[in-house]
Design a protein around this ligand. Sequence first.
Ligand code: TNX
Length: 526
Amino acid sequence: MDLIPLPSHTTTYAADHEVFSLRPETVLSAGPGTEVAARWLRDTVGAATGLPFTAGDHSAGGGVVRLAVDETVPGGPEGYRITVDPVGGVRITGAGPAGVFWGAQTLRQLLGPDAFRRAPLGAREWTLPACHLSDAPRFGWRGFMLDVARHFMPKDGVLRYLDLMAAHKLNVLHLHLTDDQGWRVQIRRHPRLTEVGAWRERTKVGLRESPLWDERPHGGYYTQDDIREIVAYAAARHITVVPEIDIPGHSQAAIAAYPELGNADVIDTAALGVLTSWGVNPNVLAPTEDVLRFYEEVFTELLELFPGTFFHIGGDECPKEQWEASPLAKDRMVALDLKDADELQSRLIGHFDRWLADRGRRLIGWDEILQGGIAEHAAVSSWRGYQGGITAARAGHDVVMCPESHVYLDWRQSDSPDEPVPISYVRTLEDVYRFEPVPAELTPEEAAHVIGTQANVWTEVLDSVRAVDYMVFPRLAAFAEVAWSALGAPEERDWPGFEARMRSHYARLDALGVEYRPPGGPLPWQ
Ligand code: TNX
């Protein structure tokens, strides 16, 4: 069966290798609350198998695939059970609609790799092993962050990544929509953000000599309708999209579009273009009321597009030199009785924390938002190791653990000189498999604030879907298992067992068209 992620609760199988055969006459009985899962099964597994999955409660001899919500299924709203009976058919029961959907994902894995294609290879029998399986996730936030700012990923690529996330039972797509090098979402009130901010001249893609080194212009953005489509496509897979608008650092693309957003009393902001190099950048937003109003207008449009609770405001890597040199910023610090620029940043984040809370949303930011005092309702993405997350959890704030030490998927996968993207330290598939999101030093009450975990892929050197695939897979499969399954302490984990299951999983990824890093090392053209 080789399921990935590993079902976290008891699994029992019939010993005698009996199977249930899905047939054209097999009907799909979808109870209340199972519409999303039913549609996905019909559209996706239906396309791969050629089976019609006709709606109905009884079948003349073809058996039934029954979907139902039953709140007594254990493990929280995403828990589910599957029973495959050789005669009667399949029953997927979820504690809530999402549970049924994750059960449908498991069902596709039980059908074998060709169930992951978009059309049947030919007529064949589709069988499921007789089994009983019960499963539920460890974490409620199982995230994947895609940096679409450094290199734009066209809409189709994002939709495909939502499919890939669903196949791995990941449920939060964090879209890093803005950075120094690009602004990637249309804002009606401030059109220059994309007219100017979405395009840049000649950028070096490689960090040093690499096949990806190039100096082409680059650009692209999502219209508001594109975003509506992405969000709806995600919802049809029980995935929430969390937008990130990075402030007050990583904002040069916005300043290039509207120079008044920058520290015009210190530098000539009108001379700034969209940034064409990488790294931490001193050209940050001015900490003024006008800038707050501008971003309230931006966020107002985005709240209409993104219905999820969390809204990510970045907050990372904001050098304070310009604020320290700026008479305007200094006046503000004096007026507000602040002792330093960190407190000024904390004020700015605090403003949006309250602004979002007033609108029924919650702010999340990178762990730098702890500096100068963390805002009242804020949650933290802990990226500079575990420490930010530990501090936040101890102070009663929710945390998503995504330490660069383990789950930065832009980091190289081996020390081979043939690795196509030779950045930072080696993080192997096994390193990711042994990643533990909850630090041992937290008490159970503190640990309850670790609401989940996330793998992040930054795209400075990844300029295509192929390049992203290579860095993300197979490591995202290991991450998905860490996020979903109760695997125990890192040193106790069954790495050989995971590797063995991965052999079947590579066949699924092949059928999905994922260009993962092969276990034997990079291919000559990668
Ligand atoms: C740090 S992680 C960053 C990103 C870079 C990344 C490269 C974080 C919040 N900031 O801007 O892309 O390192 O690995």
